[in-house]
Design a protein around this ligand. Structure first.
Ligand SMILES: [Zn+2]
Ligand SMILES: [Zn+2]
Length: 263
């Protein structure tokens, strides 16, 4: 709040209230998602770390362990980005996962706090997809007695950047926006203007990953004028947590687009 509230006041793109309608509920998500997804990750990541350590050809582990923490962190951010990209894309393309991810996209106004507005199982799944390649490639090497600082730093860097790209901040980075994600890049991921621009910009930090997989969309000076989804979600936190479980059918934006094209 100390960083983003002044920043959004000085450099806002959309004129909106700081304490907008869903501010309180998103604050509750902040506390819930600071804890629950991490607790859920303990067991699968422990099993993964153990299995990767046993099955991995020992050469990879030994080779990677000689790299400095800085180099391993840079490689982790790079490798993790591909896992995050596909985890996020599956969230949009598989209807069963979209039911969970729809909560994040239901925000009608964008600001830094929208970052925390997500179903805990959505956070769990995308985080798992990002961390999985780190363990498989030996970039995270916990031993019997100590953890590894690289996955921790990877999560911290990713979290800070994730708050920034949701922020209501009008800064544009010119050509650099193709290399590093900006608020405009991620705001276009949340657009509800034109179905032709839905399901773009899945990357968390590196937009060129979207370029590689054909999902990049970032006009030079424009911003979306509307955010959110057409599906309605419950107004309460409990209702939203139950939304994916009780709502039998909820279509991804991409499916809506296909249907419209067919029509
Ligand atoms: Zn999304
Ligand atoms: Zn988002």
């Amino acid at each position: 709040m100390l960083i983003f509230l002044p920043l959004e006041r000085l450099s806002f793109q959309h004129k909106q209230k700081i304490f907008r309608q869903e501010f309180l509920i998103d604050l509750l998500y902040y506390f819930l998602n600071s804890l629950l997804p991490k607790l859920l990750l303990v067991l699968p990541l422990s099993i993964l770390a153990w299995a990767a350590h046993r099955l991995e050809p020992i050469g990879i582990y030994a080779g990677v362990s000689t790299l400095s923490v800085g180099t391993r962190l840079l490689l982790a951010i790079l490798v993790g980005e591909f896992g995050t990209y596909w985890g996020h894309r599956w969230m949009h393309e598989l209807p069963v996962l979209w039911r969970f991810h729809a909560i994040h996209h239901s925000a009608k106004e964008m600001d830094w706090l929208v970052n925390t507005r997500a179903h805990p199982l959505d956070m769990f799944f995308t985080r798992l997809c990002g961390l999985l390649p780190l363990y498989l490639m030996g970039l995270a090497q916990p031993t019997a007695n100590t953890g590894d600082i690289v996955p921790l730093l990877y999560v911290v860097v990713g979290t800070i950047w994730s708050f920034f790209v949701h922020a209501n901040v009008r800064w544009r980075f010119g050509w650099l926006e193709r290399l590093i994600a900006s608020p405009a890049f991620h705001h276009w991921h949340h657009t509800n203007d034109d179905p032709a621009h839905f399901d773009k910009n899945y990357a968390a930090i590196f937009p060129w990953v979207d370029k590689v997989f054909g999902t990049f969309y970032l006009p030079k000076h424009q911003w979306p004028s509307q955010y959110g989804i057409d599906d309605s979600v419950a107004p309460s936190l409990v209702g939203q947590l139950l939304h994916p479980l009780i709502q039998p059918k909820s279509n991804s934006k991409s499916y809506v687009y296909v249907d419209e094209q067919k029509m």
